[in-house]
Design a protein around this ligand. Structure first.
Ligand SMILES: [Zn+2]
Length: 279
């Protein structure tokens, strides 16, 4: 599996950027099959199955589940064909070029009190010991007690305007090789609910900048901090049922590390009244 991923990196940066820009990290199959234009955690697929063919026409951004189905050679079902995916891809590119992925996005909060509260949360978090964007962290001798990849989650804010949770997350890589988060989940056992992050609405002010991609890549001895935005679903879409609501943030990395951290979620308005709850 690993060697497969490494081989894929032969795609030139210019071509990779073109594919990512034209797709805006939307999956061609999700779009065609479900009309789904949400940003996806995914990969660039080689449509003819030949990883050495790195021409742009042979590449498409697919979400992880669809990439895995597309690459599988199962005889159990009729798999998606190369021509089929190329057709879906051209429809996707047209939709993105017309900015259809911005349609129907929430505009709430543009003038609302929560927008101000998000700024307050930002100020509160900024007062914590400064950990600015990317910086180097000291490499440690690896041992069982000192995992190479570390994650810290700060207090989460629940926005009633956006019906969403905003989390500030720190990642530190004390190992000697780069790794990358390939999957995030925010789980609430008491609600029997698991959420995946999505791109935040363009008008939201997040406490620290969002990562440019949810596939956060982190080099050896590097530290990075970013905001994750989780659109509420299920019971959470009706409001925060209790305060704090305790959940677990999970991150899975390309090299198979699984990080789990407990997180407490308060309403943004509560954090505004009690900034000491944010840490
Ligand atoms: Zn998909």
């Amino acid at each position: 599996m690993k060697s497969k991923h490494l081989a894929r990196r032969k795609v030139s940066a210019a071509i990779e950027n073109a594919v990512l820009a034209k797709s805006a990290r939307r999956c061609a199959l999700c779009f065609h099959l479900n009309g789904d234009l949400e940003e996806k955690i995914g990969q660039i697929a080689h449509l003819d199955g030949n990883r050495a063919n790195c021409l742009e026409n042979n590449l498409a951004f697919l979400c992880l589940p669809h990439h895995s189905i597309f690459d599988s050679t199962t005889k159990q079902h009729k798999n998606y064909t190369t021509t089929e995916v190329k057709n879906y891809r051209s429809r996707l590119y047209k939709a993105i070029a017309k900015n259809e992925h911005f349609l129907g996005r929430s505009n709430v909060g543009a003038e609302g009190v929560e927008l101000k509260t998000l700024r307050v949360l930002a100020d509160v978090l900024r007062k914590r010991p400064a950990k600015r964007s990317r910086r180097r962290v000291g490499a440690r001798t690896p041992s069982a007690e000192a995992p190479a990849f570390e994650m810290t989650v700060h207090t989460g804010g629940y926005s009633e305007d956006y019906r969403a949770i905003v989390l500030v997350v720190d990642l530190a890589n004390r190992g000697s090789s780069a790794d990358q988060v390939v999957e995030w989940t925010l789980q609430f056992e008491s609600l029997d609910l698991a959420l995946s992050p999505s791109a935040a609405p363009a008008n939201i002010v997040t406490p620290v900048p969002q990562w440019s991609s949810l596939l956060v890549r982190i080099g050896p001895s590097e530290f990075t901090q970013g905001t994750l935005f989780f659109k509420a679903a299920g019971k959470l879409a009706e409001g925060l049922p209790q305060e704090p609501l305790v959940g677990t943030l999970g991150a899975k990395t390309l090299y198979g590390k699984r990080l789990l951290r407990k997180v407490k979620i308060y309403r943004l308005l509560t954090l505004k009244e009690h900034p000491e709850l944010a840490h």
